[in-house]
Design a protein around this ligand. Sequence first.
Ligand SMILES: Nc1nc2c(c(=O)[nH]1)N[C@H]1C(S)=C(S)[C@@H](COP(=O)(O)O)O[C@H]1N2
Ligand SMILES: [Mo]
Length: 324
Amino acid sequence: MAPAGTIKRQRPPEALGAPVTAVDDLYLIGHFGIAHLSPETWRLRVDGRVRRPLELDLDALRAMPGTTVTAVLECFGNPLLPREPTRRAGNVVWRGTPVSAVLDLAGADGELLWAQGYDSGVFDGRACTEYLKDLPLAVVRERGLLAYEMNGEPLTVEHGAPVRLFVPGYFGTNNVKWLRSLTVADHRAEHLFTTELYQRLVGSELRPVRDLDVTSLVTDVRRDGPTVRVEGWAWGSSEVVGVEVQALGDDDGEGWVRAELAAPVGGPYSWRRFRATVPSAGTARVRARARDATGARQPLEGDRNACHVVDVDEPPDPGGRRNL
Ligand SMILES: Nc1nc2c(c(=O)[nH]1)N[C@H]1C(S)=C(S)[C@@H](COP(=O)(O)O)O[C@H]1N2
Ligand SMILES: [Mo]
């Protein structure tokens, strides 16, 4: 693969109003650029703490029973600025082989699954011989997919063709693209992307970023006579049970209005629509705040899942594409 820098691309929130995000509207991240693999020669290796190490090609994987799930893909954000909101997310129809089927075939027995990609390169001045993540084996067994389709189409090269890992409810960083191997292990993998970056403090403990935070994204804001209508998406690793919207003017801090919540678009890790109406007079900006079944709420500011604040009169640009 030709050496390439990090690739990051995303569309603005106002382009993400559709229940299922078109692949072309989905954000894109490649720490080492994009890997180009041939589906004909692609192989997935399964090794480590297994009774029968395996090598599978694409036909073998596709011949196994497949499953479909609609779920959010969300980027944790820039690992060098872990508290900055980046609002890179989309809701996707995934199809693939359950990882559990392949783990059963290999006779896996361990605590963690190391997933390695075929891409390599330099990130933040550090040379890496692979992209690598380590994940709890039980969670991957329960809901992980070896995904070969997005929205009913074969996975594109940019999004990880021919096969990527997808674990519903986990941050994007864990969903290894251009998958090369699965290694069953009983200890964490020491790597730039496992034990250094993509970790954060929970209390006083440094933990890998896995479960999605409770969050919301405002995608539509319209003045409509005496009111402003606000719509968007809310999701998280635990069920979202409420969204509130606040109108902000010169005197920041009017009351919060409870939004109407629609059913999730797909499975439990997909997003659900919220709609609220706030007074138009004096309203310059609005913000939304989601709450989940555990009682967790988005912080007002200062963290990666802080409330999304939107200018009411900023002209929307649904065609805009930001290359960052
Ligand atoms: N092999 C590999 N997998 C990867 C990455 C990568 O750089 N290399 N980036 C991760 C990150 S940080 C995210 S958010 C998602 C993005 O997936 P997408 O580009 O298909 O939207 O892929 C993840 N999987
Ligand atoms: Mo990411």
